[in-house]
Design a binder for this molecule. Sequence first.
Ligand code: GCO
Ligand code: MN
Ligand code: MN
Ligand code: MN
Length: 387
Amino acid sequence: NFVPQKSDKFTFGLWTVGNPGADPFGGPVRTPVTPVERVHKLGELGAWGVNLHDNDLVPFGASAQQRDKIVSEFKQALTDSGVVVPMATTNLFSHPVFKDGAFTSNDPKVRAFALRKTVESIDLGAELGAKIYVFWGGREGTEVDASKDAVTALKRFREALDFLSEYAISQNYGMKFALEPKPNEPRGDIYLPTVGAMLGFISTLAHPEMVGVNPEYAHDTIAGLNFYHAVAQALEMGKLFHIDLNGQKPGRFDQDLRFGQEDYKSNFFLVKLLEDYKYDGPKHFDAHALRTSDPADVWEFAKGCMRSYLILKEKAQQFNADPEIQALLQEINAGDAASDAVLSAGFSTENLAALKSLDLDPEALALKPLPYEKLDQLTFELLLGVR
Ligand code: GCO
Ligand code: MN
Ligand code: MN
Ligand code: MN
């Protein structure tokens, strides 16, 4: 039971299971195995795919010869392990050149360098078979708002994305872009901090049809937002191209905890949403093992992410089949055929007349019972395994 299958489409970043456990107060605590070994191990554990930043695989500044050797060894590992690369992305945050932004830097040479690095990284992604390209603008923001004009920054970000969309189209890569919002960290304030902000921005792009979002549990939770609601909006708009799953306590630093580690209830509604609406993209765990973990415990972390998802998926099925819960939901959602018909018919003179002639008694409507205490307690008991 709860054994991951390829069809679950679970993925990990090379950087996640390769995280050496450093934090701002201390250096690495473990030496990760090589990317090739990570791929083999992920395959053994039942993961479907592995994602990467260009520099997770090819070190910054590597020669063309070194690059080709590394990439061909990596491709061999993918073939041998049956692991795929569904998503690729660019590291536009580690090198000091990006300390004040990449696509939104004030310096046109830095912006050009970021653009060229991304073109090359898109080529790498395409070579490895990636059909989703993620943009996480970790350094695209400020601590000092006097330093950058926020309107100009957005124009620059758009310029870069439009260029890169045209590039991917010109190469027939069949790629989609997924923008990943985060409110802060590493910058004090990052531009386009929420899923809603990204969705609004996407509609201003030259190729909005190929651009969606990559929401992350931790990023909304840091800001105290309801991630389930944010993902629902993206999904309803057909813009949920990718998702980053992890754990996070609200109001803290970026913890990147194991999926399922915090707030079981919100994780449950998230998984239920993805399953009920048949989200078919990768389920990516953008998390890492605790700093206290030794190399063996890192793989327990990876297994735990997938197993927790599958447990919550089973709980969602149980919820959908629970007679008492479903009876309550039916009661809460009981419709009125005449009102429903008017509401869904849209505006017309006749329908306006129908609206005006509906029998609607606010005093009586306000008395309708809403047994949410009961519903939530049943949900809690189901999740805690006593139902
Ligand atoms: C973070 C981000 C990153 C991105 C990754 C892919 O908080 O550091 O979530 O892990 O997801 O760079 O673009
Ligand atoms: Mn993150
Ligand atoms: Mn992080
Ligand atoms: Mn992420």
